[in-house]
Design a protein around this ligand. Structure first.
Ligand SMILES: NC(=O)c1ccc[n+]([C@@H]2O[C@H](COP(=O)([O-])OP(=O)(O)OC[C@H]3O[C@@H](n4cnc5c(N)ncnc54)[C@H](OP(=O)(O)O)[C@@H]3O)[C@@H](O)[C@H]2O)c1
Length: 261
């Protein structure tokens, strides 16, 4: 029997899609999650918390490739450090990590930067931890997923007038297309830092929101707010975009047509 592929974050938006694709490819899968779940066909769930380190050693024990897809708004560098430490102790295992486009280009220096864009600094720190681990690794940076943009749009549309950061653009990508790429990478040889992956089109933030408002037959005034700080400037300069790597096929409009009635 081959070793299972360990998927951290296998219960999340991206992770669930990755797990389904790994199963389709005939792989045994082990999912690390903070909550316990019943095993499913070919999927074993193990409880652990990457932030505290609890349960990680048992999760990496006997696993083959590790796909590290767990993440959150804060502390992704600590999660990566704890995982890498346990994986290194257990012996060399290839590690596949999902990061975000702009992790290396969005400077998070001041308190203002950190408050708004600390996520990017944490992803960059996590990338470094993976790359310096001595483990064979692959890192893919993706732009924002459609699902995240939908959540943001739903929250924003609750306001009578919607404030949006002036000059921000986004290039949303379908999470399942990122999942497909990650599975392809995990089943191949470790490749280091691979080319970024972005969605098919770049949208102004207001244009993206208007698409959502149109799809839900609503109107809202949109107010552009200039954001201070170097990180916000990098965003205005397009550091979060990958127009040369517009690999995604599914557009925001197609996603909305499916998800918003
Ligand atoms: N969303 C985007 O637009 C986007 C874009 C580029 C890159 N990414 C990256 O892609 C990854 C997945 O994003 P997503 O949107 O699919 O996330 P998500 O839906 O919010 O899911 C987060 C996952 O991380 C797990 N997790 C969080 N904290 C954990 C902890 N302390 N210990 C163990 N597991 C933990 C959760 O598992 P449990 O709750 O079951 O414990 C869940 O499976 C993240 O690394 C994110 O930074 C996301």
């Amino acid at each position: 029997m081959t070793s299972p592929i360990l998927v951290t974050g296998g219960t999340g938006t991206l992770g669930r899609l990755v797990v389904a694709r790994l199963r389709d490819a005939g792989c045994e899968v082990r999912v690390l999650s903070r909550s316990t779940r019943e095993a499913e066909d070919g999927i074993e769930f193990m409880a652990g918390d990457l932030a505290t380190g609890e349960g990680i050693e048992a999760a990496v024990d006997g696993a083959g490739t590790i796909m590290h897809l767990a993440g959150g708004p804060k502390g992704d560098e600590d999660k990566a450090r704890n995982l890498v430490r346990a994986a290194s102790r257990a012996g060399a295992r290839p590690l596949v990590y999902i990061s975000v486009v702009g992790a290396d280009l969005i400077p998070v220096a001041s308190r203002v930067d950190r408050a708004m864009f600390g996520y990017f600094a944490a992803k960059r720190a996590a990338e470094r931890i993976v790359a310096d681990s001595g483990l064979p690794f692959t890192i893919l940076r993706a732009t924002q997923f459609h699902d995240l943009m939908l959540t943001v749009a739903q929250q924003m549309a609750k306001l009578p007038a919607v404030p949006l950061p002036a000059g921000f653009r986004v290039q949303p990508v379908e999470a399942d297309e990122v999942a497909a790429r990650l599975v392809e990478l995990a089943l191949g040889e470790p490749a280091g830092m691979v080319p970024d992956m972005g969605g098919p089109r770049v949208y102004g933030a207001a244009e993206l929101l208007r698409g959502y408002l149109r799809a839900t037959k609503r109107r809202r005034p949109i107010v552009a707010i200039p954001l201070p700080g170097k990180a916000a400037r990098a965003f205005r300069d397009g550091a979060n975009l990958a127009p040369e790597q517009a690999e995604g096929q599914r557009t925001w409009e197609e996603f909305l047509a499916d998800r918003v009635s």
